[in-house]
Design a binder for this molecule. Structure first.
Ligand SMILES: [Zn+2]
Length: 417
């Protein structure tokens, strides 16, 4: 049996006036996803426990069958894995966004989707001026840590805090440390959202220092000269220590592969032992090469039992509040990924395919939100419903069919059923 998971990130949404009262999934022309819903199971899955933040890190763990209440330690350590950064048990990884927040308003958490080279130049300055040994105020006194700043993709970079949780020493960060995902406070003043709890003061101090370092930075001056948004500061959040995740192959006896342009999602895949397959032209944005991802997924199925294709584009469109772009992204996924995969799977014997967004991202708020997402699952041994739904979208899902703990869907419904 071959297994395929397709994740249209953040695709689940509300009905939109601009789409004639339809949700983006409902308005999109998605014949292949519709066919999966019509010949299989269409239901709701809740991937984000109420006590955790609605985001791809928590939701992806659920989607891959891991209970986030048990395994989730933070976003940044998942990304660190994908970036090849090793974390010791005493280390913390912290997400270091490059953001555009003029006048301390979170105007753009991506700093205009800053390019990798410009981003890396700014991160290099942080490393030069703020990296290395530093004494910070921990939970019960000063603690010496070593800070490292690592460039990632675009605005998504990392700060590593070495020695932040040495046994017998004050902790630089701990479970009381509260930080705010910048994409969830669009256009809001940053003041009320600064880090709090253990380490809140020194994290805030670093962010303040970054403002001075970034003002007039050559990378920013170049951006402004080209009419682009400057990265006015770094924003620190998503901290955590490395989680220990059981191997997917040990749990299910299946060899997996992950195709994603987003370090966070790749990192979760790699931490559970899936092979990370990079696709040239995959950008993590609306301009991603959908067809290249589809082709690569089919290629991967030849020597893997399970292939997961994740596409960030619908989420990015939602964060920009663009309903038309969201619809288009969903249609591209259907035409260039789900369609070709279904065709290829027909020639590979028995298979099952699951289409499921990780979480909801609302165009109305430009932010992620809690609540179940619609999933469609079809394939060998799954009988078509007596009354097939019109297609794959929120309005067609029976209200009473909710997998409340989303992490059980993969094991109990997709693999073992
Ligand atoms: Zn997501």
């Amino acid at each position: 049996m071959k297994y395929v998971i397709v994740i249209p990130d953040g695709a689940a949404d509300e009905a939109q006036a601009s789409l004639g009262g339809k949700t983006p999934l409902e308005a999109a022309r998605i014949p292949h996803m519709d066919s999966i819903a019509r010949r299989g199971i269409l239901g709701w899955a809740d991937n984000v426990p109420p006590s955790l933040t609605a985001a791809s890190d928590v939701a992806t763990l659920s989607l891959f069958g891991y209970d986030p209440m048990r395994y989730y330690t933070g976003r940044a350590p998942l990304e660190a894995r994908a970036m090849g950064i090793n974390l010791g048990p005493e280390d913390f990884a912290v997400r270091c966004n490059l953001v555009h927040a003029p006048g301390d308003v979170m105007a753009d958490f991506t700093a205009g989707h800053i390019g990798n080279e410009e981003g890396a130049a700014l991160i290099a300055t942080l490393q030069e001026k703020l990296g290395g040994k530093r004494i910070v105020q921990g939970d019960s006194g000063p603690v010496e840590v070593v800070l490292e700043f690592h460039p990632g993709v675009s605005y998504r970079n990392l700060m590593i805090v070495r020695g932040g949780a040495l046994a017998g020493k004050p902790a630089a960060l701990d479970s009381t440390t509260k930080t705010q995902a910048p994409h969830d406070v669009p256009d809001q003043p940053t003041g009320p959202h600064l880090p709090k709890g253990t380490g809140g003061a020194w994290l805030t101090q670093l962010m303040e220092e970054s403002k001075k370092l970034f003002a007039g930075h050559p990378a920013n001056e170049g951006r402004v000269a080209r009419g682009k948004k400057a990265a006015t500061q770094c924003w620190l959040w998503g901290q955590g220590r490395v989680p220990s995740l059981d191997s997917f192959e040990m749990m299910h006896g299946l060899k997996g592969a992950i195709i994603s342009a987003v370090d966070l999602v790749r990192g979760v895949g790699q931490l559970i032992g899936w092979k990370r397959v990079d696709v040239a032209g995959a950008t993590g944005y609306l301009d991603t090469d959908y067809a290249a991802k589809g082709r690569q997924a089919i290629e991967c199925l030849k020597d893997h039992d399970l292939v997961c294709v994740h596409v960030e584009a619908p989420d990015e469109a939602s964060h920009e509040g663009r309903a038309d772009a969201k619809v288009r992204a969903i249609e591209e996924i259907d035409a260039h990924i789900v369609g070709p995969l279904l065709k290829a799977l027909e020639g590979m014997g028995e298979y099952r395919i699951l289409v499921e967004p990780d979480h909801r991202t609302l165009i109305r708020t430009k932010a992620h939100t809690h609540g179940p997402v619609p999933f469609a699952l079809a394939g060998a041994g799954i009988a078509p419903p007596a009354n097939p739904p019109a297609g794959y979208h929120e309005a067609g899902v029976p209200a009473d069919f909710v997998v409340q703990t989303g992490h059980q869907l993969l094991g109990a419904w997709m693999i073992r059923r």
